[in-house]
Design a protein around this ligand. Structure first.
Ligand SMILES: NC(=O)c1ccc[n+]([C@@H]2O[C@H](COP(=O)([O-])OP(=O)(O)OC[C@H]3O[C@@H](n4cnc5c(N)ncnc54)[C@H](OP(=O)(O)O)[C@@H]3O)[C@@H](O)[C@H]2O)c1
Length: 337
């Protein structure tokens, strides 16, 4: 194992974990545990920031059983930024001292801690222009926004068609990245969010913004009468009957939180060769997308909007805030301070 020249790694670290499923924010406990070691193709990171995603507390609720959590006690959270302090055998693209953004293995989590082990193939270098908090916001939220837009047909090299898209819950972690990415791809964006976030979402480039608590917002109809070629659907509880009339002939609703009914509906659309379709999407994490997204932050083409920041010792407050479901952008946990 290559050793970090000037970095002293302690034997133990502070971490936040839960011992059982259920329990919400009160179930998170600050503990002292051994610092993990980097194995083959892995990096040991000293974490600076982590971001919470709804999937993190959904796992704690037991919604992904029996697959997740893999074991208890469990240190949750996958989206992190920090600095490499050690590398395992086989790592050739990183060395101690590199600043990085990483998505940790969902099965093992580990992000609410002072140190964590990341796989080399889901870690990218973080240029000085990108802060740890901004970088930590990216992996799941921006990755999902990017893949949902690509599924609709968005292209980021200037060769795409000027599609009309609707982004629901545009003020959330995924939605705020989706609005910015859709504009970078040259799309016409209609967005839904609460009244307090309308101006923010417009300032990121959305062409039309609907307050989801009004009748117009609930109907999802574009004020200018446009039909949607695609929907990045980040909210929950909107039925196909609401989407169907506002879609263009071959419109697609990319549902990132599909329930059982949505999965059945999408299967039905597929077997009947329906022209308008519901398409469930689960993020497929990959290094190329993460590199692309970090590059956009570096070049100032996209930003991470931060809802709130909490120290590691108050990670349970960050957790509770995510469960409430009213964040505007990303909820960040910072390891120092
Ligand atoms: N499939 C995947 O791979 C994948 C990846 C990432 C996320 N997801 C899922 O996608 C969903 C969104 O994730 P997120 O990180 O963006 O969540 P989030 O940050 O917690 O979203 C919160 C935001 O959503 C807004 N909102 C809630 N209901 C709304 C509605 N009906 N219409 C418009 N806005 C609404 C809230 O606005 P107000 O405060 O005004 O209510 C708030 O600003 C979650 O269910 C998550 O689990 C799936």
């Amino acid at each position: 194992m290559a050793t970090a020249a000037a970095t002293k790694v302690p034997a133990t670290m502070r971490a936040v974990q839960y011992n059982a499923c259920g329990g919400g924010a009160a179930g998170l406990k600050l503990v002292e545990v051994p610092v993990p070691a980097a194995k083959k193709n892995e990096l040991l990171l000293k974490l600076e920031a982590a971001s919470i995603n709804p999937v993190d507390w959904k796992v704690q609720k037991g919604m992904l059983r029996p697959f997740l959590p893999r074991k208890l006690p469990f240190i949750p959270v996958t989206d992190v930024a920090g600095v490499v302090v050690d590398v395992g055998p086989g790592v050739d693209g990183f060395q101690a001292g590199d600043q990085v953004v990483a998505m940790l293995n969902s099965f093992y989590g580990g992000g609410l801690a002072e140190y964590a082990v990341a796989s080399e193939n889901l870690t990218v270098k973080r240029p000085p222009q990108v802060s740890a908090a901004e970088g930590a916001g990216l992996p799941i939220a921006a990755g999902t926004a990017l893949q949902a837009l690509r599924t609709i047909g968005a292209k980021f090299d200037g060769t795409g068609k000027p599609l009309n898209v609707l982004i629901t819950a545009a003020s959330g972690g995924v939605g705020l990245y989706a609005v910015q990415l859709a504009k970078l791809a040259g799309l016409h964006v209609t967005a839904t969010c609460g009244a307090r976030n309308v101006e923010l979402v417009k300032s990121l480039g959305a062409d039309e913004v609907l307050d989801y608590r009004t009748a117009e917002g609930a109907s999802l109809q574009s004020p200018s009468g446009k039909k949607y070629d695609g929907v990045v659907h980040c909210a929950v509880g909107i039925s196909w009957l609401t989407f169907e009339p506002v879609l263009a002939n071959t419109g697609r609703v990319i549902d990132i939180t599909p329930n059982f009914t949505a999965i059945l509906k999408s299967a039905l659309h597929k077997v009947t060769f329906a022209s308008k379709r519901l398409v469930p999407l689960l993020l497929s994490p990959n290094k190329a997308d993460l590199e692309f997204l970090v590059g956009l932050l570096k070049d100032g083409k996209m930003k991470t909007l931060i809802d709130s920041r909490f120290p590691l010792s108050e990670a349970s407050k960050a957790w509770g805030k995510s469960i409430e479901g009213h964040a505007t952008g990303k909820i960040i946990v910072q390891m120092e301070g």
